[in-house]
Design a binder for this molecule. Structure first.
Ligand SMILES: Nc1nc2c(ncn2[C@@H]2O[C@H](COP(=O)(O)OP(=O)(O)OP(=O)(O)O)[C@@H](O)[C@H]2O)c(=O)[nH]1
Length: 323
């Protein structure tokens, strides 16, 4: 059975360790291996998790996991997986990498591609402090990258007296990432189980990402744009690949997420295009008739106007609208 590999991110202090400890406190949390990345000299979060029970915990302390510890990450995961095999035990049910609050997920997703030999289902989870929202964040760029990369956004501190309205907080999270599943559960153990249940994006976002972001105008975030790019039907793969390269190069860190299917000349069935930050995975062939109307891609970006995005898209025959 595939192991779920959860990349757990979220702003500084937004409740990552608390969520993880809540999971480890449930019977379903058994058979979880934890990797903790703290950038300080002392891996405080790692020490907290390690003291919480008999969970296997590995520390990644040589800097921020997204900037400098790619190789350490791969070696540490390998050690955990092969250690388990050597001990004659079945694979872990799940592995959780708790990132530092300033990590961007896309380089981590790329490092994990080097672990293709293991049967992992990679999931990005982001905690979101319902009381704080995004406006306060001094490190808004990182916070936006974390939320936009997430398949699931978990609202925290909803259990506290005077907690903010869950529906309003969920709408604020959706304004940054309308594709993600939002976990808005005040009961902490139930919240942890919902967060780590292995599900990906909302079913609507998987079926048709472009349709899932329609009609969101009312929830716009001042610095986050959710755009729909439409590529002409039957374009060749070379054009799509160049467009993706150009998009990543011109938008840089402001490009947060791309998802949608394209119909490419000579290929039977749509191809799913997925990018987290500027990192794109290999296109995935979908069954004909799935993935929504081919040629429509959702682009989530920070501090990018429609006009600027259109400049990158129009040379490739693509049109852009803001949702
Ligand atoms: N009641 C309650 N307290 C929470 C919740 N989430 C976080 N806290 C508290 O907020 C503080 C920070 O939470 P952490 O879980 O350490 O946050 P973190 O994201 O791991 O923090 P860093 O690793 O420093 O980025 C702790 O005192 C937690 O007890 C929550 O959902 N409910």
């Amino acid at each position: 059975m595939a192991t779920d590999f959860h990349i757990l991110c979220g702003f500084l202090g937004s409740g990552k360790t608390t969520l993880l400890l809540d999971l480890l406190g449930t019977p379903e949390g058994a058979d979880t291996a934890v990797l903790v990345n703290d950038v300080g000299a002392i891996n405080v979060d790692g020490a907290v998790v390690a003291s919480s029970g008999d969970t296997q915990v590995a520390m990644l302390s040589n800097g921020c996991v997204c900037c400098s510890v790619g190789n350490d990450l791969v070696a540490t995961v390998d050690d955990l997986v092969y250690g388990r095999i050597d001990a004659g035990l079945p694979p872990f049910r799940r592995m959780v990498l708790e990132c530092s609050g300033l990590s961007r997920p896309s380089p981590i997703v790329r490092s994990l591609a080097d672990l293709g030999a293991h049967d992992f289902r990679v999931r990005v989870l982001s905690t979101f402090d319902a009381g704080q929202g995004t406006e306060h964040a001094a490190s808004f760029e990182e916070a936006a990258a974390q939320l936009a990369a997430a398949q699931a956004i978990v609202l925290t501190r909803l259990d506290l007296d005077g907690a903010p309205d869950a529906a309003a907080s969920a709408a604020a999270a959706r304004a940054v990432n309308p594709l993600a599943r939002i976990v808005a559960e005040p009961d902490r153990p139930a919240r942890a189980l919902a967060a780590f249940d292995g599900q990906g994006l909302t079913a609507a976002a998987v079926a048709d990402p472009a349709a899932a972001v329609g009609g969101l105008r009312a929830m716009r975030h001042p610095r986050i744009g959710v755009f729909l790019a439409t590529l002409p039907a039957g374009c060749d793969w070379g054009t799509v690949a160049h467009w993706i390269e150009d998009l990543a190069a011109r938008c840089g860190d402001r490009l947060l997420r791309v998802k949608g299917a394209v119909a490419v000349a000579g290929v039977d069935g749509p191809l799913l295009i997925q990018g987290v930050g500027t990192i794109f995975g290999p296109p995935m062939r979908l069954r004909p008739g799935t993935g929504g109307e081919p040629g429509r891609l959702v682009i989530i970006a920070r501090d990018l106007s429609r006009a600027e995005l259109a400049e990158v898209c129009e040379p490739y025959g693509a049109t852009v609208v803001e949702t």
